[in-house]
Design a protein around this ligand. Structure first.
Ligand code: TRP
Length: 367
């Protein structure tokens, strides 16, 4: 059997992902008829959590049913903030691919690829670098934030270039839709500027990508954002008991010190999670109704939430187990996706060189 056929067979035999009715709850996405290609992705810095699911993974699930999709694992971007422990990257990459496959990203519809396996992106980035001034690159809010959060003395040139590399990721496949969370919005804005400038200066070859922005999920502790570094998240790979424990510890309405005091459901993390993950809508409405009247205890609300989240995660766990026991298959998926991405990158780079008049001394087969 060829690699492609064995890959196809293995994917056909994989357990089914969560049903769309589950992940489409509160999904705000209008698919534009002009969209041809999606590109988005993550840095391989650790396991993904429910915040990633709500803010971006389910947008990819929705879009892969409509258009051609690319999902990048941005390992080169990790180097912008980290120079040590790089030997952890491989395990992290595998973990992220497993998370993607587990939630239902389908390699038959979506090319999952590793950034460092497409070296053309660096040449494309170089060609973009002259289109961005230093003050413009310095105005990116995530840059200051990274310097602050990581307590760096100053930004490296790589960190300053982070969004230019991201623009190269997107434009190398001519992505016209890039679903991201809010903290990446300024990078997509710069991508649009680079596309516009290139198109005007040379030849119009790039789309100016749209970026539907997914909602931020609150943390279990009621902090604005669920974030692994804050430790306030439920991981997609958490087991049922861990989910129950984490849900029991969740922050609720702090003014409600007894179950018979009427509580607020709006902005209350347990109800925000119910809204996103509990497919039993009648149960959610009943709980909200009783909560506002002081007729239900936190214990019951949380018990039902933990059950709902576990119901949601069960098919994800099943798919994860299937792929986790097939490490070779993971490699094939990444190689196949990277081949597809690389073919696009080569085409785009060639088109850019021609548009720029950069074809001197280029003879097939001389080097
Ligand atoms: N910047 C993204 C993050 O915050 C990762 C990323 C790299 C990306 N290249 C991309 C996202 C291209 C969308 C499109 O982890």
């Amino acid at each position: 059997m060829s690699i492609e056929t064995s890959l196809k067979t293995a994917l056909e035999e994989a357990p089914v992902p969560p049903a769309p009715s589950l992940w489409q709850m509160n999904l705000d996405l209008q698919v534009k008829p002009t969209w041809r290609r999606m590109l988005t992705g993550d840095r391989p810095t650790g396991p993904l959590h429910l915040g990633h699911y709500v803010g971006s993974l389910r947008y990819r699930l929705a879009l892969q049913e409509h258009i051609e999709c690319f999902v990048i694992i941005a390992d080169l971007h990790v180097l912008t903030t980290r120079t040590e422990r790089l030997d952890e990257l491989e395990a992290n990459v595998r973990e992220v691919v497993l998370d993607y496959l587990a939630v239902g990203i389908d390699p038959r519809k979506t090319a999952i690829y590793l950034q460092s396996l497409v070296p053309e992106v660096l040449e494309i980035m170089w060609l973009f670098m002259s289109l961005v001034s230093v003050p413009r690159a310095q105005r990116i809010p995530t840059l200051k934030q990274a310097v602050r959060d990581l307590q760096l003395e100053s930004a490296s040139v790589a960190l300053l270039s982070y969004p230019i590399l991201q623009a190269a990721d997107i434009l190398m496949v001519k992505g016209d839709v890039v679903p991201v969370s809010k903290d990446n919005a300024s990078h997509i804005e710069l991508t649009r500027e680079i596309a516009r400038r290139f198109n005007r200066l040379y030849r119009p070859i790039f789309p100016e990508p749209d970026s539907p922005i997914g909602p931020l999920l609150v943390g279990l502790d009621g902090q604005k954002k669920a974030s692994k570094s804050l430790g306030n998240v439920i991981l997609l790979c958490d087991d049922a008991e861990t989910v129950r424990r984490k849900v029991r510890s969740m922050f609720t309405d702090p003014r409600r010190i007894r179950a018979d005091i009427p509580g607020r459901t709006r902005g209350n993390p347990v109800f925000i999670y119910h809204d996103f993950f509990n497919d039993d809508r009648a149960e959610v409405e009943d709980l909200k109704h009783r909560y506002r009247r002081g007729k239900v205890g936190d214990v019951e609300v949380k018990e039902k939430l933990a059950r709902a989240i576990n119901r949601f995660l069960d098919p994800i766990r099943e798919r994860r187990a299937y792929f986790a026991s097939r490490p070779k298959l993971i490699e094939e998926i990444v190689y196949e996706g990277s081949r597809r991405a690389r073919a696009e990158a080569r085409k785009t780079l060639q088109e850019m060189r021609e548009a720029m008049g950069l074809t001197h001394f280029r003879q097939e087969g001389t080097l």
